[in-house]
Design a protein around this ligand. Sequence first.
Ligand code: NOJ
Length: 934
Amino acid sequence: MASRIGGCRRPLLLLFLLSLASQTAFSWKQDEFRNCNQTPFCKRARSRKPGYCTLIADQVSISDGLLTAKLIPRPIPNQEEGGEDHHQIAKPLLLSVSIYQSGILRLKIDEDPALDPPKTRFQVPEVVVSEFDETMLWLSRVSTETLDGDSAPSSVVYLSDGYEAVLRHDPFELYVREKSSKSRLVSLNSHQLFDFEELRVKNEGEEWEERFKGHTDTRPYGPQSISFDVSFYDAEFVYGLPEHATSLALKPTKGPGVEYSEPYRLFNLDVFEYLHESPFGLYGSIPLMIAHGKTGKSSGFFWLNSAEMQIDVLAEGWNADSGLSLPSDQKRIDTLWMSEAGIVDAFFFAGLGPKDVVSQYTAVTGKPAMPQHFATAYHQCRWNYRDEEDVENVDAKFDEHDIPYDVLWLDIEHTDGKRYMTWDSVMFPHPEEMQKKLAAKGRRMVTIVDPHIKRDDNYYIHKEAAEKGYYVKDSSGKDFDGWCWPGSSSYLDVLSPEVRMWFSDKFGFDSYKGSTPSLYIWNDMNEPSVFNGPEISMPRDALHFGGVEHRELHNAYGYFYHMATSNGLVKRGDGKDRPFVLSRAFFAGTQRFGSVWTGDNTADWDHLRASVPMILTLGLSGISFSGADVGGFFGNPEPELLVRWYQLGAFYPFFRAHAHQDTKRREPWLFGERNTKLIRQAIHVRYMLLPYFYTVFRESNTTGLPVMRPLWMEFPSDDATFSNDEAFMVGSSLLVQGIYTERAKHVSVYLPGDELWYDLLSGAPYKGSQTHKLVALEDRIPAFQKAGTIIPRKDRYRRSSTQMVNDPYTLVIALNSSQAAEGELYIDDGKSFEFMQGAYIHRRFVFSNGKLTSLDLTPNNKKSKFTSQTVIERIILLGHSPGPKNALIKPGDGKVEVGLGPLVLETGLGSSSSFVTIRKPSLPVDKDWTVELV
Ligand code: NOJ
């Protein structure tokens, strides 16, 4: 939650905070935050005209496997240096291009260290994974080509079998093109909007300061922004750039007929009561854009830069009279990228389809961590569960109402005066016992640990951090002191590896008193949120490790904090327990450390709907483990909205209910029997599908693909899916359509592809490539299994997922038009890192010609093994005509009965129809076998 208190003095501040705490209804205060016009670098860059660039790539050569060049100013005819339409760089810039396996190009542009810049510009460390560096291809050859209409030559280098990169020397431009057709894919500086403000030393009397709402930013090195244009070819839409509450396909922000007047802002902020539809930047930032078009092909662009960024998507015709010519036979989307500081460190992804691009991006920034199994189940949270008795009651009620849940969360009030990693001794006198009671039922607890540290000499964390000099400094060099929940607070300088190491040790059981092995962590307010800071955050001239200014690092602060916390949990468990850490702020690479949620949403239908494009965008940007607060954080949802939210949330990768402290209690049993039943059913659906979810999480962990996917990722050539963000896929087998309106009578759902889709719970078949108008049912939202797939389930409901470990599986085979289907099942110990040594079961199930085969997908050279005694107890065939009476099992001569049975056992959830069912085949889940219908 954010409060707006710019410039207040302490006592007033306290009064203000108290008054805030008692208020419930606020709305987004736009003028607390800067718009582009109030942000000088954005205003300048946005007002430039095409042709602004004055650069030439000079001294182009190959050196150490890279293509290198110097960018030098080009003489401007009839124009004063620094005139309004042009900006001349003072010193040549260094450019390098490197290429990597699978068609990734990296471009770097920075100041030349040999020319004595006042300091080294910031390059974000520890985002690009070391494995990626190892995939660099050593360039040894560059060819030259004179492009049509150019007088100077261009350099061409190999990128992959299908693509090559072209560095045009004069004027400077870089693009990726297809080798055979020469058609372009992605280009930079085609409109010559590139600009680079070099660092300067202030001369006497120069005025560089920037002011906003009573805050002054000293800007000691002068303006240092960078901007350029990027174009995507054969593109219908662009996607990405989380975090905004907006449509999945990004709307244009500049040019004729645009709806938004602001660029997409990437600046991690604690935005109180954010709007459900706005280009305004929220808690996290990932400067990644993916373009997709009717050819079914995708491309991507990622700028590794953690300073404030603003990105315009330019509407067709934005440069109508610029006189520039670019290929007219390719539909193009132009974009303008502007950042306050840092360097150009950009990656071009030339994928074939959307899955290739996401896999390329996650080859650079890392694959999503494999979560513990419990974390994929349902989480119950509230600000706040008051005391131990409250915790005990809530826990007991879940059992009483037969609703499974896995994790109970404690918000800030559980601490001793917001000193994190302590307990309120009156409310929580026996924290260990409390966690052990939950653990006995296979349940976990999560506590919140925020980055603001109470400046109290009696608080061990503050005392040590202050003594060791581990805090971020203000511009005068003193420990930065800002206001947050505990009052006066300082912030750990998590850019420093030493500080992160020290902080991660604080999660050890000996240090975090009252913590036990079943306790996991929630990082909140890590944008960082500073109630009395500019835009409720840290001043940009605050100083970090190595003299890095906060402006350069801002968007990655929360990332490093999340990293330290996650590493702390790994250490705490001696490297044997996968961490679970939820974070509100995020940056590129966050997927390696944990999950993310979409912050303080509101209990209304618009926010329910907005949650889908937000989670889809996170998934496209590598963060596959994310969710939105089920029920909405602010306000009190009507029971119908709450039920619909549970029904949708059951398909979010991260499924947690949460609510603001001023809202009415809303645990699932508080809205009458009927609603309790509906919520129970929604949660049961999630538990039933846990084996499928876990298998998809593993796919995500190995490939980088999202768990929750836009339809076009699975159907890249179907343009009817390109802007659909009301429906989504979970993995590649399941399609879900939310219901986003009150008292909906009908719901329309578009089912792509040529095959049938089977209703997840009734088994009813629906044709593909059609929009179906369905009756909106009270007890579910539409969800379908794609014909041709096999989904593994567990159909017995327990108190928690842990208690389901040894339960048998059901396989649901949805047959396609060739009476065939395929699917996978991944199982491991759900907890340790042993799976990385091969300790897992991974089966592929293939059904064809009336026979189901289970194949082993694990590698031969595994160092560790995982076995399981669990069996498959039921196999249901959708789309198979009744007839077969028996099934033969091999190896052995087993024969089991085939009959008709329900799709779902729970009464009320399924339909009365019956489907061909192989009963009690008791097939071992970790062995090869076949089952043949006879
Ligand atoms: C803001 C978070 O977004 C919210 O989820 C949490 O409940 C409050 N901070 C209090 O910690």
